[in-house]
Every structure is written in C-alpha cells, then in structure tokens.
Design a binder for this molecule. Structure first.
Ligand code: AMP
Length: 285
C-alpha cells in the first residue's frame, strides 16, 4: 500500500522511524503525470534502497509566468496506481502552501533561494527559462532536507538539471548520493515526457524527428565526424521543418562549456517547439 502524505511533519516522522531501524531511503522527486521514465527511476530506487519515497509537486517557483504551470497535467490517482504497482512506500504530495508558507508574489524577496552558478545557467534551457534552475535547485534542496534520502534518482533527459543538482550537492556538502538514470523512450524513439500529452497525433509524428536528429549525430560520430558544426548542420536537415529549434548545443559535460569537437562525454542537447509544445532531448557521447 502506497500512502499519500501531504504534510512535511508526517513525512519527517516516517523518516525518523525508518532511520532508527537503520533502513536506507531512496527518493524520486517528480512533478507527477508519471510515465515509464519516472517508473525507471522508481525501479532503480527500489532495487537499491529499503524504502522509497516519490514526491509529486508541481513546483510553482520553477515556472515563469508565461509557462504551463496551470495546465501542467495533474493525475494523482493514476500516479498512485503506478507507485503502488512499484511498491513505493510513500508519495509526498504537498501543497504549495506547505512547501512555501512565506512565499508571496515576489519570490525573490520572500524566500531564501539557491542560485546555481551563472555558467551552469547561461546555456541550454537556462538561457530562455530565466530563474528556472533557481526554482529547481531550491525545491530539490528543500525536498532533500525533508526526506533526508541516502540516494536520489534523476533522469539524464533533463541533463542540465542533473548537472546542476550534482553541482549543488558538491558545493553545499550534502550527503545524498545522486544517481543518474538513462532516458526512457517510446518504441518509436520519442523521449517520454509528461508534456507529450499536449501533442496532437500530427505533432507527435513531427516530434519523432528530434530523436532521429540525435541518432543521426551518433551515426555521424561513429563514422568519424568530429566537427560539432558539421554534425549539427546535417542533423538540422533531419528535423521536421515545422519544428522550431530553441537551441541545439554541443557541450563538454566535464566543464559544461561549449565545444567545437565531438568526443567522449560530449553532450548534444536540444529544445524545440512542436506547435506550442516545448520538448527537450539529448545525446551523451
Ligand atoms: P518531472 O516530473 O518531469 O520533473 O521529472 C521527474 C524526474 O523524472 C526527473 O529526474 C526527470 O529527469 C525524470 N524523467 C523524466 N522523463 C524521463 C525519461 N523519459 N526517462 C528517464 N527519466 C525521465
């Protein structure tokens, strides 16, 4: 039986009890609308930890006013079934008031926030989603302080988020171990995302070209092409012409800086709009 717990106080009581029994705690933070991508994180946590907590919280401070906070899919009952099927112990399902009792309209002046370094924010999604990663890092730190997990599981589909969380752990000496999990895709290659629910059938077909473009780069690289510019330009030809690319960047994952040369540990990441739906995907060489 998976319990749904909205109160921080009750979560803390459970954690205290588990810790006193010497049990390890795995944590999977999500915004809900769970799919097989989230499920893969949950399964990894179940494999490695005695107890597993999944949080479902559509975090208001990581959405800009023009973004999809209001329409983000919310489906607690379906999520609960997925959690139950995977023997999740607790779903932490707080309200915004529970998480941010002091927050008012002016987030910057009402709550203490984490600000990841500029060079982690000035590329990929951070360039257009101003303040997004402050909101992500802040809520993740709060969740870690509440759940006190031994291990926390994140998807590599959100590559920038994953690297920023790892950086925060290192910089702030947090003791949680961060586990990165590979991107889960539909049979046709589309990376699973809660936002795929917004796509029409026609848009979904066009969205498939995102993974095709990344696969094209992998093939180019395997055949000896190491120029990032050549690889990106030929991948752009694979993308459906009606997709609008927000960024298609090539970064060295160790330095998180732009690189001209494809090599091991190069991250090729893109964000694109298919109709009004913004999707992200990436390839790590
Ligand atoms: P979200 O609910 O979108 O905030 O995602 C919660 C966690 O699930 C994040 O760590 C994501 O990176 C991860 N995730 C989302 N989609 C996928 C996917 N297709 N494969 C693996 N992990 C994913």
């Amino acid at each position: 039986m998976t319990e749904i717990i909205p109160e921080i106080k009750i979560i803390r009581e459970n954690i205290k009890e588990w810790k006193s029994q010497g049990l390890s705690i795995g944590f999977v933070p999500t915004m809900g609308a769970l799919h097989a991508g989230h499920e893969s994180l949950i399964k990894a946590a179940k494999n490695e930890c005695d107890k597993v907590i999944v949080s479902i919280f559509v975090n208001p401070i990581q959405f800009a006013p023009n973004e999809d906070f209001d329409k983000y899919p919310r489906q607690l009952q379906a999520d609960k079934i997925i959690c139950e099927n995977n023997n999740v112990d607790i779903i932490f399902y707080p309200t915004a008031e529970e998480m941010y009792p002091d927050k008012n309209q002016d987030v910057n002046n009402s709550i203490t926030a984490i600000v990841p370094p500029e060079n982690f924010q000035d590329k990929l999604c951070g360039k257009s989603r101003i303040g997004h990663f402050n909101g992500v890092a802040t809520v993740v730190l709060k969740l870690f302080n509440i759940v006190k997990p031994d291990k926390a599981y994140f998807g590599q589909k959100d590559a920038q988020q994953f690297l920023i969380i790892k950086k925060m752990i290192k910089d702030l000496n947090l003791s949680v171990e961060i586990i990165g999990c590979p991107t889960i895709r539909d049979a046709d290659g589309l990376a699973l995302s809660s936002r795929n629910a917004y796509l029409s059938e026609d848009e979904r077909q066009k969205a498939l070209s995102i993974n095709n473009a990344l696969t094209h780069i992998r093939t180019d690289y395997d055949s000896g092409i190491i120029s990032a510019e050549i690889a990106i330009n030929s991948a752009l030809l694979v993308l459906d012409p009606q997709i609008s690319v927000e960024y298609f960047e090539v970064l060295d994952i160790n330095t998180f800086s732009v690189t001209e040369t494809l090599k091991e540990n190069t991250l090729i990441a893109l964000a694109a709009r298919v109709g009004s739906v913004r999707l992200i995907d990436n390839l790590l060489l």
